[in-house]
Design a protein around this ligand. Structure first.
Ligand code: SAM
Length: 232
């Protein structure tokens, strides 16, 4: 059955029977992202995590991340989701305990075999509702942009539950209306606008994004204390 039709069926089910709907939504998320991985749906030649994870699109953040982590005394990172670890493998993270999680088991197996070490581990986890290992900082790049409002809200609750202090995540800074999407699609989200209602970030790094013909020069990583985020 085509992906879009499966989405609509699951969304209808979720409205009628919330518990069954959550179960179906969890299965759908894991299938959707497994299919994206298997078919290289995002179409990058170098990263199955998509063009946004290529080395040219991550040059600024690769440079900026070590200083940001040092400035906030961060000793452990939960990279949720880690994708294929294509660009982050080039960031010097000496002295920092790193755990990468993703919903796609085949991706995690490959990462663990290729990049796993005593201080770097990869595990399968659904960040919407799975049990997340505790870390100082959750790094959630290019993921909430693919989730529905409901799943984003649950992911943020889950991040808080993990006991992490910081959240570093993708946000856009230009005024555009946020919109709810079917999980697996993409929407540029501005976390300081409704329905997210985040406060001013503690730090902001503009990524220098040139994707989509330069339509999103405001794509950024924002740093927040999880305790400062509103429940919504
Ligand atoms: C666009 S990639 C970004 C990966 C990485 N953060 C980066 O910057 O390269 C999005 C990733 O999110 C993963 N993902 C989507 N929903 C997830 C969920 N609920 N739990 C864990 N991983 C998820 C996908 O499998 C995919 O690998």
């Amino acid at each position: 059955m085509p992906i879009a039709r499966r989405y609509r069926l699951a969304a209808g089910l979720a409205r009628l029977f919330p518990a069954a709907g959550r179960w179906a939504a969890a299965r759908r998320r894991s299938r959707v992202f497994a299919e994206i991985f298997q078919t290289n749906f995002w179409g990058s030649q170098t990263s199955v995590s998509g063009p946004g994870s290529e080395l040219d699109q991550t040059a600024i953040i690769r440079e900026a991340l070590p200083a940001l982590l040092a400035a906030h005394g961060i000793g452990s990172i939960l990279d949720a989701p880690c994708g294929d670890f294509h660009w982050l493998q080039h960031v010097p993270l000496a002295g920092i305990r790193y755990t990468g999680v993703d919903i796609v088991p085949a991706l995690i197996a490959r990462n663990q075999a290729t990049f796993g070490s005593a201080v770097r581990t990869f595990a399968v986890c659904d960040l919407v509702e799975g049990e997340l290992p505790k870390a100082d900082l959750i790094f959630c790049r290019d993921c909430l942009v693919h989730l529905s409002y409901d799943e984003t809200r649950r992911a943020l609750d889950n991040f808080r539950r993990s006991g992490a202090t910081w959240l570093l995540t993708t946000t856009f800074t230009s005024q555009r209306p946020n919109s709810d999407i079917v999980t697996g699609d993409w929407c540029p989200i501005m976390l300081q606008q409704a329905p997210y209602g985040f406060p001013e970030p503690v730090a902001l790094i503009n990524e220098g994004c040139t994707e989509f013909g330069g339509s999103y020069p405001d794509k950024s990583l924002g740093l927040w204390r999880l305790a400062d985020l509103p429940q919504w």
